[in-house]
Design a protein. Structure first.
Length: 130
C-alpha cells in the first residue's frame, strides 16, 4: 500500500455506525437523564450533565476509537458533525461537565444546565445515538 492509499483511507474512511442495541441503551440512559433533570435538585442536575457526558463518550468510543478519551475522540470526530456550530456545541457541553467536576464552586443555574443538556441531546441525535 502506498502513501496515497494510506492518506485516502484515513481521510475518507466511512465512520463506524452505532448498532440498534447501542441506540436502545442510549435511549434508556437519556430517559434516566431526563428523570434527573425533572427532579430539579442541584445535585441531580449536576449528575444529569455528568451522565450526558458519559453517554457522549460511549457513543464516540463506538464511532471513533474505544481506546481514547472523550476529548481525543472529539478531536478526531469533527467529520461526524454536520457543521462547525454543532461540533463546537459538543466541546462546549463537554467543557461544562469538566467545570462541574474540576472547578470548585462552579454552580451553573438551572437554565444553564438545561441549555447544556439540550446541546448534549442535539449532539447525540446528530450522531444517531438517540
Amino acid at each position: 500500500m502506498n502513501i496515497l492509499d494510506l492518506l485516502f483511507k484515513k481521510t475518507f474512511q466511512k465512520p463506524k455506525a452505532l448498532t440498534s442495541e447501542d441506540r436502545e441503551l442510549a435511549r434508556i440512559c437519556w430517559e434516566h437523564i431526563e428523570q434527573l433533570t425533572a427532579s430539579k435538585s442541584p445535585s441531580a442536575l449536576r449528575q444529569a450533565i455528568v451522565e450526558a457526558d458519559k453517554l457522549l463518550e460511549l457513543a464516540l468510543k463506538k464511532l471513533v476509537n474505544e481506546n481514547q478519551s472523550l476529548g481525543e475522540n472529539l478531536k478526531q470526530a469533527q467529520n461526524l458533525f454536520p457543521s462547525a456550530v454543532t461540533y463546537q456545541q459538543a466541546w462546549e457541553a463537554h467543557k461544562v461537565r469538566n467545570a462541574l467536576v474540576h472547578e470548585a464552586g462552579f454552580e451553573p443555574t438551572q437554565s444553564y444546565v438545561k441549555e447544556t443538556l439540550e446541546k448534549f441531546r442535539h449532539i447525540l441525535t446528530v450522531l444517531r445515538a438517540l
